[in-house]
Design a protein. Structure first.
Length: 485
């Protein structure tokens, strides 16, 4: 006899095959669709997809995710594990509470349909080398909702862990290299799997970066290393600082941008009597590109709020228009719309923009929004920020205006980490796009310890000269030579 499938739920939303009239359970979905993981059918629990991830938060008692604009708010990034992939923390940079261990999220072998997070001592996460840290039962629908319910954050001793349906819920817009957990490591992954990192030490710095003067030469370069022409010949201009690359003038399209929502004025008061006045916030980004959106903080009780919210846009393209919307935060009801302002590409593409935009759809209010658009390269040159040291590493890890490592701007001057080799022999070479002319050996400052050894040897070999030098110094002091008189 056929079973009744008329009351089966939306099986596709559960990542399952449809109810089978020739099956054994009425109103139940079939097995997980190909590439999804969960209990065998017939059942109505959800299956997780191959785009799901687990995350371990070392030393934390919570599991923060990205906000609705894709921004991760916590200061410490998690150890990310795509479903079914064995991920290892070589060097202990990403999972500091379990250095050099591996982890995997996969189907539990103890509980049917459950998911298990395991810590392993082998690089292949062989089952016999693993112990279970946390587990999650298969998610079930809540009140017949087609939406897949979220998994709960688990306490795993010194850490916290969570399983999410999409890796993007953890990663968001955070640059992949940031998850490497070390200033000198970058993501060289060529894999398309979300959350998979291949963290390697950054390439060698160009000659313009001097290991003995990292703070200065990372930002400013030096006068003894010169730009190279297209054919490799030495040009006439000193090389730019590594963290202040050559700035393209004119059209800003294609360049990294610094966008600031400065303030608004004349916003409409949308709050009812005895509730104060509007509590505004604004959202900005490129039209049609939701991942570029960023949000200001909420300013309580103001129709003339000052936000000063800055966001860095990695790149832009021709015809990218900006759109800014402002809202009044409400607790019980949906937020009230306060207006919209647009900044067409033609108004910012040359030399950026710094001014007020007339807002529309303001319910009769005469409202304006002040914004700034400028070159992020110009900002980085005006105020250089760089990390120069980390465990076993020295170099330049250039930071943008919001403290994130800049794309293609991390280089190694000295490395003693495992795998770097003797005298940096295993560190990737300087890419051609970074190269500058060599600096003469006579120009480079000797290491302080070398100078001390040389000076000590000189004094020991010539004690008579030491007394002569001391006598000359005393005469100079008495005659005012050494104090500039």
């Amino acid at each position: 006899a056929l079973v009744d499938c008329s009351k089966s739920p939306n099986c596709a939303a559960r990542n399952r095959d449809d109810c089978n009239p020739l099956g054994t359970v009425a109103g139940a979905c079939g097995d997980c669709l190909l590439g999804n993981y969960g209990s065998d059918g017939p059942t109505n629990t959800f299956c997780v997809s191959n785009t799901s991830c687990a995350a371990i938060y070392p030393g934390m008692n919570s599991c923060p995710l990205v906000d609705d604009l894709g921004v991760y708010q916590a200061s410490q990034l998690p150890f990310v594990l795509p479903f079914g992939r064995c991920v290892c923390d070589e060097g202990g940079h990403r999972w500091k509470t379990s250095p050099d261990k591996c982890a995997v999220i996969r189907m539990s072998t103890e509980f049917s349909g459950h998911y298990a997070l395991e810590r392993c001592s082998s690089s292949t996460c062989a089952a016999e080398t693993c112990v279970v840290l946390a587990g999650w039962p298969p998610p079930e629908a809540v009140d017949d909702s087609p939406a897949m319910p979220a998994f709960k954050c688990r306490d795993t001793g010194t850490d916290s862990s969570i399983l999410v349906h999409e890796c993007s819920d953890i990663i968001g817009k955070t640059p992949p290299s940031a998850f490497c957990g070390h200033a000198g490591m970058i993501d060289n992954s060529i894999q398309s799997d979300p959350g998979i990192l291949t963290c390697d030490v950054a390439p060698l710095c160009p000659q313009s970066v001097m290991p003995e003067r990292l703070d200065q030469t990372c930002c400013l370069g030096n006068d003894f290393s010169f730009q190279l022409q297209g054919d490799g010949s030495v040009g006439g201009l000193p090389a730019n600082g590594f963290c202040a690359p050559e700035i393209k003038m004119g059209n800003l399209s294609g360049q990294p941008l610094l966008v600031e929502i400065v303030s608004a004025n004349g916003l409409k008061d949308m709050d009812a009597m005895l509730q104060g006045i509007s509590d505004p916030y604004c959202i900005g980004g490129f039209v049609g590109k939701p991942l570029t959106r960023f949000k200001t903080k909420i300013i309580d009780d103001s129709v003339d709020p000052v936000f000063k919210k800055v966001s860095v846009f990695g790149e832009s393209s021709e015809e990218d228009d900006f759109e800014f919307t402002c809202w009044d935060r409400d607790f019980a009801d949906p937020d009230d719309f306060l207006g919209i302002a647009k900044l067409p590409f033609e108004r910012w593409k040359v030399n950026g923009f710094d001014g007020e935009l007339k807002m529309t759809n303001t319910s009769g209010a005469n409202s304006y929004l002040k914004v700034k658009v400028s070159s992020a390269s110009l900002a980085s040159r005006a105020q250089c920020s760089v990390l120069t040291t980390a465990d076993g590493w020295r170099g330049c890890a250039c930071l943008d205006a919001v403290g994130t490592r800049m794309l293609d701007r991390v280089c190694t001057a000295q490395c003693t980490m495992p795998g770097c080799g003797l005298d940096n022999s295993n560190v990737p070479p300087t890419p051609d796009r970074w190269r500058t002319s060599d600096i003469a050996a006579s120009v480079r400052a000797r290491d302080r310890s070398d100078r001390a050894i040389v000076n000590a040897a000189f004094v020991a070999a010539t004690p008579g000269l030491l007394w002569s030098a001391m006598l000359l110094a005393a005469v100079a002091m008495a005659s005012g030579w050494l104090d500039g008189r």
